[in-house]
Design a binder for this molecule. Structure first.
Ligand SMILES: NC(=O)c1ccc[n+]([C@@H]2O[C@H](COP(=O)([O-])OP(=O)(O)OC[C@H]3O[C@@H](n4cnc5c(N)ncnc54)[C@H](OP(=O)(O)O)[C@@H]3O)[C@@H](O)[C@H]2O)c1
Length: 249
């Protein structure tokens, strides 16, 4: 019996937690990465759920993290391996010159450098494996549209889109290529959105749009987003390097 393996960052909350549940429901083996664990996933299936307590700011430890995950996967049993770079932060919010020192660096580290390093280590570890391989980078509409007060967030998401397109070109030249795509999930009802709605409007002038969406119950549910992302992964029809907007699906 072959197994589908998933490595998901940001497993403790929001979209990542919903993705984790979807994987376990579909009999996959899950390697979840975040600072906090997810009690719901432990309760759901502690045998197929492996948690790695990890701060993605510590990028120099990413290589050994992926190495220890690789050690737990046997190539003969592997039907597919999927890395979902989902963890992210929106702060700092506000004009860059007012940001607390170091927060811009943290944003770019967690949202861009860490996923790029995880992907790099994924390629190094699995390039020669013949099973189906995929990397899904959770991006945002903010990667293509500038928002006043979100310089770090927009820059990191724009960067992850370009990283996706570049490494997809590299993978196309490999004998067993990994398919890499970026997915913008739309506006999703998670703790990150709660944080956006609680921002000072002077720091983030577009805040009212997000308040209105919540008021009119127009946010997507994390479970629906997770189901759509899983369908993309399992459908196997994604062009390498695609930047996908879930709202168009
Ligand atoms: N919600 C939306 O409307 C929306 C829209 C567009 C894009 N997105 C993107 O979707 C992704 C998930 O967001 P969400 O809305 O589900 O947010 P969320 O509920 O705030 O979850 C963020 C996740 O990232 C993890 N994380 C944050 N900092 C970390 C660190 N230093 N090390 C390890 N893990 C860290 C958190 O885990 P710990 O705190 O336990 O470490 C948490 O599991 C993000 O990339 C976000 O940019 C969200």
């Amino acid at each position: 019996m072959k197994t589908n393996y998933y490595i998901i960052t940001g497993i403790s909350s929001g979209i990542g937690a919903a993705l984790g549940k979807e994987v376990l429901k579909n009999n996959g083996v899950l390697f979840g990465i975040s600072r906090r664990n997810n009690p719901e996933l432990i309760a759901f299936n502690s045998k197929r759920y492996n948690f790695f307590e990890f701060n993605l700011k510590e990028v120099n430890k990413i290589e050994s993290l992926i190495h220890s995950i690789k050690e737990s996967i046997s190539p003969e049993k592997c039907s597919s391996i999927v890395l979902i770079n989902n963890a992210g932060i929106v702060e700092p919010i506000g004009p860059v010159w007012e940001n607390e020192s170091g927060m811009l660096k943290d944003n770019l580290t967690i949202n861009l450098v860490a996923p790029a390093m995880l992907s790099t280590c994924f390629f190094k570890s699995f390039n020669l494996w013949q099973c189906r391989k995929m990397i899904v980078n959770i991006s945002s509409g903010a990667g293509s549209h500038p928002y006043q007060g979100w310089a770090g967030y927009c820059t990191s998401k724009s960067g992850i889109n370009m990283f996706t397109k570049c490494v997809a070109l590299e993978q196309n030249d490999q004998p067993y290529p990994t398919v890499v795509c970026a997915v913008s999930p739309g506006v999703v009802d998670t703790p990150m959105q709660k944080q956006v709605r609680s921002t000072d409007a002077i720091k983030f002038p577009r805040k009212s749009r997000f308040v209105e969406l919540k008021k009119h119950n127009l946010l997507s549910k994390p479970e629906d987003v997770a189901r759509k992302i899983t369908q993309i992964i399992e459908g196997g029809k994604i062009q390498n390097g695609a930047i996908i907007d879930l709202r168009e699906m």
